[in-house]
Unconditional design. Structure first.
Length: 287
């Protein structure tokens, strides 16, 4: 008996003799591809929704300001300085604008601003470090102000440094009625640098000095008068202030006060020790 040959129509299996073969149709391939596309689209939509709700939506609200490096200021008062930009979202917040506003704060030396997704703004401030203090007249009142090593005047809100024994009082510098944020005259700025260096040493020299008085000279130069804490004797020096000068001053105070009970002024300007004592009539007598 001869072999039976049967050829099926489309979408049916073809049979030739004892062999059966399945033919994949184009329609089934399209269905599988369509299902894959739908699943991919749904997955993308799902990921977009997660991104929107977890990241994009929070970033559209007002930023949260985080401060770092604030010591002598209240964070709320610094936030008030950036009032024009503090209620923006992260996308519209411009660090350059906030930095420009904070640069008007006299007690801040430097500002670094970092935006952190989704809504945080980190503001790192470097406050000015006072090396001396003085008094100025503001609105009819005499108030203490700090001076940094560059001669910049600034207020200290917390008065953290006002009672510090390492911060000497400077008098005689013409700063009356000069608003904070301005600098003292150029010729006195070297003195601030000298004081800053002495403060960096291990010995607390300025704890033994209650005041440094600047005495201008007709030549445009100046001299210094130091007032020791536990002595009625003044010490007159030149414009340069160094560790050696302060050590010399302490030795001179001990030596002179041992010899003379009522020394008014010790003069160390010319490399030797000279002094004046108060006479019985109240007049000074040079020795």
């Amino acid at each position: 008996m001869s072999d039976i040959v049967f050829h099926g129509f489309d979408n049916f299996d073809s049979v030739q003799g004892d062999e059966v073969k399945r033919v994949d149709t184009p329609k089934s391939d399209k269905r599988i591809a369509l299902v894959k596309i739908i699943i991919s689209i749904l997955a993308i939509i799902f990921l977009i929704e997660i991104f929107v709700y977890l990241f994009l939506k929070p970033s559209m609200g007002n930023v949260e300001i985080v401060w770092d490096g604030v010591v002598s200021y209240e964070e709320s008062s610094l936030t008030n300085f950036i009032e024009p930009v503090k209620n923006r979202n992260l996308l519209s917040f411009k660090p350059s604008e906030a930095k420009a506003l904070l640069s008007t704060v006299p007690g801040i030396e430097d500002v670094q601003i970092e935006k952190r997704f989704p809504k945080t703004v980190l503001i790192r401030v470097k406050e000015r470090t006072p090396v001396a203090m003085t008094f100025v007249t503001l609105e009819g009142r005499t108030v203490p102000v700090m001076i940094d090593r560059n001669g910049v005047l600034f207020m200290n809100e917390s008065l953290k440094y006002s009672a510090s024994t390492s911060i000497p009082l400077i008098s005689g510098i013409p700063v009356e009625n000069i608003p904070e944020g301005m600098r003292i005259p150029t010729k006195y700025r070297d003195l601030m640098g000298q004081i800053a260096y002495i403060q960096s040493l291990s010995q607390p020299y300025f704890s033994a000095i209650s005041e440094i008085h600047v005495v201008p000279k007709n030549s445009g130069n100046y001299e210094l008068v130091l007032y020791p804490v536990h002595s009625r004797t003044k010490v007159l020096t030149g414009r340069q202030l160094s560790e050696d000068d302060l050590q010399y001053m302490m030795v001179a105070l001990d030596a002179v006060n041992t010899l003379e009970p009522d020394v008014e002024v010790i003069d160390l300007r010319y490399g030797s020790i000279a002094y004046r004592v108060r006479g019985s009539s109240g007049e000074s007598v040079e020795r």
